[in-house]
Design a protein around this ligand. Structure first.
Ligand code: SF4
Ligand code: SF4
Length: 291
């Protein structure tokens, strides 16, 4: 099985619209939304959840007020100011608790529990384009890299069991922990960029990351008609570094119209935008299978 991840150096580059179109064009592929902090592929694919599982990672301190004798030691030792005195007694603000366990160890009344932290949920769902594995972290939760690794592992297990030939992932934006986690085992990265200085800069950073993982890179220049000078500079950068540009995708109102209808562009109509993405998909497959 081959693994493809669609990424961009930053959010808002049009990555998910392209991931949605590729999901429709793919045959025998398992879909995976690895943007666990702010997933939005589900808005286009309307998944029906078959399985929901809690994601737990790290630990958090919780004070049992029945055991607490209000000595205040925990609040004074917490370096993260996570413990405050409320009308009900000493309580931990979960958003500030870093799970260092110092208060748990020092509490003279043994009144602080330290359970695993419930950070969000992950799902196995059906969509009109096939099975999808996806997740949602609660706001402010960390460990998104761990969740990305878990999603990929589950998607691989399903792919192996059900005989999928391709895993198509919508990656997280940026080059942080979730993107790094999404690169492990990936054969090819589709980098979606825009012709702006920040778009070019982000492309350079994310392509470098792919090189470190020895992952093939292809590039889609989205809204390529926004700035022809910048588009030319991106083209030049890609040529110099051996990253094939598989699609120059101009701004097209049909993409927005498709979104409003809850569809991906390639199922909305067969106009120029769809034709470009179909050609890009074929081009990408050829590069994926080339030695
Ligand atoms: S250290 Fe323990 S007993 Fe003292 S206030 Fe904190 S939770 Fe209560
Ligand atoms: S576990 Fe650490 S961060 Fe959390 S409340 Fe206790 S001392 Fe503060």
């Amino acid at each position: 099985m081959h693994e493809i991840v669609i990424i961009s150096g930053k959010g808002g580059a049009g990555k998910t619209s392209i991931a949605g179109a590729f999901a429709q064009l793919a045959e025998n592929a398992i879909l995976c939304d690895l943007d666990v902090d702010a997933p939005d592929l589900h808005l286009l694919l309307a998944p029906k959840n078959l399985l929901q599982t809690e994601f737990r990672s790290g630990n958090e301190a919780i004070i049992d007020l029945n055991r607490c004798d209000r000595c205040g030691l925990c609040a004074s030792v917490c370096k993260f100011d996570a413990i405050e005195l409320t009308q009900r007694g000493f309580q931990v603000a979960p958003i500030r608790c870093e799970g260092c366990k110092v208060c748990v160890e020092l509490c003279p009344a043994d009144a602080i529990d330290f359970p695993e932290r419930h950070c969000g949920s992950w799902y196995i769902s059906t969509t009109r384009f096939g099975t999808m594995v996806h997740a949602q972290l609660f706001p402010g939760q960390e460990n998104s890299g761990r969740l990305v690794t878990l999603l990929k592992q589950k998607a691989r297990e399903i792919a192996e069991h059900d005989g999928y030939e391709l895993m198509l992932c919508d990656g997280a934006p940026g080059i942080g922990c979730p993107v790094i986690s999404s690169m492990a085992g990936t054969d090819l990265a589709v980098v979606v960029t825009e012709p702006t200085p920040s778009g070019r800069h982000d492309l350079e950073r994310v392509a470098k990351l792919c090189d470190q993982f020895k992952t093939k890179v292809v590039v889609i220049i989205n809204k390529c008609d926004l700035n022809s000078d910048q588009a030319a500079q991106i083209e030049e950068f890609c040529k110099a570094n051996g990253y094939p540009v598989i699609c120059h995708f101009p701004h097209d109102h049909a993409v927005t119209k498709a979104m409003v209808k809850g569809q991906v562009i390639t199922e909305y109509d067969s106009g120029p935008a769809s034709q470009l993405l179909e050609a890009a998909w074929k081009n990408m497959l050829n590069i994926l299978h080339a030695n």
